[in-house]
Each structure stands twice: as C-alpha cells, then as structure tokens.
Design a protein around this ligand. Structure first.
Ligand code: DC
Length: 221
C-alpha cells in the first residue's frame, strides 16, 4: 500500500490539499483531525472538562469512531451518528487539541488510522502522521503558512459554511495558541519528521501546492 503523510499547523491548507491530491492519485483521503474533533464532541457531550476526569478510560471503551465516504467526502460516524457537520467550529478544534494530549485517546485513534492505511492507498493529514502514525510513508510533507494567512483561510472557510459573527484577529490568536499547545505537548507533538519536505504555502495557490507535491510523488516512484 502507498501512503502520503501531510502534517502541519492549523489552517495550513492540509485538508484542501490532501483532498485534491487523493482525487488526482485515486487514493483515499483520511482527515485525522476530524477524528480528534469527534472525540472532543463525545467528551463534551459527557461533561468531561479535562484530561484528569476519572471517567475517560471507561468513556473511551464506549466510544466508536468510524469513517465512511459519500461522493468522495469523508464522514465521521460517532457511535452510529454522522457528526461531520458539527466538527469544524474553532471551539471544537480547541477542545480537540486539549483532549488530543491524552495518551489513551491517541492510542485509540492511531490504531484506527494505521488500520485504515493498511487496507488502502491513503493521503492522511494531521499532526503526527509522518512522525508516529505512518513513519514509513512513501512521501512526507510538512505544510505551513504564516499565521495571518492561516487565519484568513479559516475565516473564509467558516464564512462559506454560513457562520457569522467572526473576528479574524480572534481566529488568528486561537490558531496561534492551538499550535503552541500541539507543538509542546508531551506525547506526539507536532513537528516536522526528519525525512519530511517542508512547504510554505503562504504565497502559493492550492493548485501550485498540489502540482508541487504531485511532482514529488513522481520523483519518489
Ligand atoms: O487538523 P484539525 O484542526 O482538525 O485538528 C484538530 C486538533 O486535533 C489539533 O489542534 C490537534 C489534534 N490532532 C492531533 O493531535 N493529531 C492529529 N493527527 C490530528 C489532529
């Protein structure tokens, strides 16, 4: 099986690029951030406020996450319910970041992610794909962009989804805080794998980034 790992901070364009790449290559796209967001939703629904809650292990036993595809788009199923539409708010991103620092949460999701990559050719994006989940990926990309550009992309994404009352500066602050937490946590922090290519997408269009990565895929073959 073939795999492409894309890691990087929030709003770097990972999911748009991974989606476009998977379409061009005929691979499956796996958005691992959506899985952490679904866990956050589940914990919030069960009134878990932080990682010290003694119910976390028993709740994780009751948690079933799976993914399915509808017209090529990934849907996240949380205990039988399609929760995809509830996952994109920055508030959920923040909670996903917080709960993703818990070792047992990561163990559960990493196992699921590896299983998916064993069955299919995948483009997988997240924070620890090249370093932990798929250390033998055929191609690893670390995708970044300035925090201003990343905040603008998140802002436009939310606007398009119909959210109003958005403050771009607030979004930028939240993004910076979230990156700091993801880069400084103890378990599987966000970092560039030694063998990953660094790409700064601040001044590149989506198509330029996709073409660049496709040319790297050709070189690797
Ligand atoms: O990519 P995203 O914004 O949907 O991710 C939400 C949070 O989930 C992110 O801030 C950290 C966590 N995450 C992670 O720890 N490991 C991953 N592979 C993907 C996401």
């Amino acid at each position: 099986m073939s795999s492409i790992a894309i890691d990087g901070p929030a709003g770097a364009g990972k999911s748009s690029i991974a989606k476009a790449l998977s379409k061009r290559l005929g691979y499956i796209y796996i958005d691992t951030g959506a899985m952490y967001r679904a866990v956050a939703l589940f914990f919030v629904e069960n009134n878990v406020s932080d990682g010290t809650d003694s119910r976390i292990e028993s709740l994780l036993e009751k948690l079933e996450i799976s993914i399915k595809y509808e017209d090529g788009a990934q849907k996240v199923i949380l205990n039988g319910e399609d929760v995809t539409g509830k996952l994109r708010l920055e508030e959920i991103g923040k909670l996903a970041s917080k709960f993703s620092a818990i070792g047992s949460v990561r163990e559960k999701l990493v196992a699921l992610q590896r299983k998916l990559a064993q069955k299919e050719n995948v483009v997988m994006d997240g924070r620890d794909i090249g370093t932990v989940v798929l250390p033998n990926a055929d191609l690893k990309i670390y995708l970044s962009a300035s925090s201003k550009v990343r905040a603008k992309r998140r802002y436009l994404e939310l606007l398009e989804k119909g959210y109003t009352d958005l403050d771009i500066n607030e979004i930028e602050d939240e993004i910076i805080k979230r990156d700091e937490a993801d880069m400084n946590r103890e378990i599987s922090p966000l970092k560039q794998a030694d063998d990953a290519y660094y790409l700064d997408s601040s001044d590149m269009t989506l198509e330029e980034v996709v073409s660049k990565i496709l040319s790297m895929v050709k070189e690797e073959r």
